[in-house]
Design a protein around this ligand. Structure first.
Ligand SMILES: Cc1ncc(COP(=O)(O)O)c(C=O)c1O
Length: 422
């Protein structure tokens, strides 16, 4: 009999809660059998899975290393200090906070820590690529702060002159850049200059491409004098779910106070341990190579879609993600495209496109990205096959036999690639 801890834990779970056990096994099979193309997802490291399930989950650590409200912090202080040191080194910042429980909490902590309710934040419009927490009217942040939104031009570029004019008119206290579904890189020098022109703070939410910044594959806003960057620790960074704030030293106190006690209670120390390990991994040459491959794979996907005359928002990509206009390309809305691709084992997500005439529930596009597929070891020729399957699926929505054939091919293809941690 296999006596490994994971085997024992599985056996225990199977007898104590078979329903959850079976769902876990089902999800493992799903992650193995299909191609994961949601750009914000990834396969984390086995070490991260182990640490998330470790005894660090038992520990309450309200406060900060050396200044906690509970005893027994010898090892939790050690891992948090190490995680912060690694974060500062990797992102070239003077201060780091690794306690935010998620990306949303980390952004809220920065706004609430550095600004006053009612202050103005200049940020990217949601349908043009910004995130919900960048002031979408449905988010609480959109009601607490006065968000003014800039958009991309029809060719996908940002008109920095127009953003500067918006800043001049609205005099924001913060200029925010970063995105969830914008397939281009940003000009951080221009954003810093715009912020300086009105005496505003410059913040970048690099959640989606934080791993690519850590791996030196994309520019780091801290190198352009930004006040603060935020990044989720999952997504391209491949760590546990969580948030990380890196800033100039002058903002350290305000940010720390805002995270705890302002917004949160006890940090999840199992996640903090896993973040520390993730940041060590991100310093390795292998991770830098992986990041280059993430970008090369996105280019390969874009080129193959061009061959199939598929319309990409902004015409292509400069990062890890692409947005396909499924209405123009296939006369199918993003919701239906996502469902069809689910049928053949390709996981994507529906996506609003700039100034989308359709609703967010049935928008005009889908968003795809390469971090997870690259983590499994897929390379450029594999991306070409994937673009072929996506195009073939969306061109034949009513041909059940054909979709079944594609599904079998996807399944056989995936069997060649291990899933880390499984
Ligand atoms: C740019 C950006 N910021 C913040 C978040 C929020 O992260 P979380 O889902 O962990 O709250 C996301 C998540 O997709 C994101 O893309």
């Amino acid at each position: 009999m296999n006596g490994s801890p994971s085997h024992n834990y599985r056996t225990r779970l199977q007898s104590s809660d078979p329903a959850i056990h079976d769902a876990l096994v089902g999800e493992e099979k799903r992650q193995q059998a299909g191609i994961e193309l949601i750009p914000s997802e990834n396969y984390t490291y086995p070490e991260v899975l182990e640490l998330l399930g470790s005894v660090f989950t038992n520990k309450y650590s309200e406060g900060y290393p050396g200044k906690r409200y509970y005893g027994g912090q010898k090892y939790t202080d050690f891992i948090e200090i190490l995680a912060c040191e690694r974060a500062k080194k990797l992102f070239r910042g003077e201060h780091a906070n690794v306690q935010p429980l998620s990306g949303s909490a980390m952004n809220q902590a920065v706004y609430l820590g550095l600004l006053k309710p009612g202050d103005t934040i200049l940020a990217m419009e949601l349908s043009h690529g910004g995130h919900l927490t960048h002031g979408a009217p449905v988010s609480h942040m959109g009601t607490i702060f006065n968000f003014v939104r800039y958009k991309s031009l029809p060719d996908g570029t940002l008109d920095y002159h127009a953003i500067a004019q918006l800043a001049e008119k609205h005099k924001p206290q913060m200029v925010l850049c970063g995105y969830s579904s914008y397939p281009r890189d940003l000009d951080y020098a221009a954003f810093r200059q715009i912020a300086d022109s009105v005496g505003a703070l410059a913040m970048a939410d690099i959640s989606h491409y934080g791993g690519l910044v850590a791996g030196n594959a994309m520019a780091n806003p801290m190198d352009f004098g930004f006040d603060v960057i935020t990044t989720t620790t999952h997504k391209s960074l491949r760590g546990p779910r969580g948030g990380l704030i890196v800033s100039k030293l002058k903002h350290a106190k305000a940010i720390d106070k805002s995270v705890f006690p302002g917004l949160q209670g006890g940090p999840h120390m199992n996640a903090v341990a896993a973040i520390a390990t993730t940041l060590l991994k991100a310093q390795q040459p292998a991770f830098k190579e992986h990041c280059q491959q993430v970008l090369a794979n996105a280019q390969a996907l874009a080129e193959q879609f061009h061959k199939h005359a598929v319309t990409l928002v902004t015409g292509g990509t400069e990062n890890h993600l692409l947005v396909i206009n499924t209405i123009v390309s296939f006369d199918i809305n993003g919701h239906d495209a996502q469902e069809l691709l689910d049928q053949v084992g390709i996981t994507t997500n529906k996506q609003v496109i700039p100034d989308d005439p359709l609703s967010p529930a049935r928008p005009s596009g889908i968003r795809i990205g390469t971090p997870a597929a690259t983590t499994r070891g897929m390379l450029e020729p594999d991306m070409m096959k994937i673009a072929d399957w996506i195009t073939d699926t969306l061109n034949n929505p009513n041909d059940a036999n054909h979709l079944e054939t594609i599904s079998r091919q996807v399944n056989q293809f995936c069997a060649q690639f291990d899933v880390p941690g499984l």
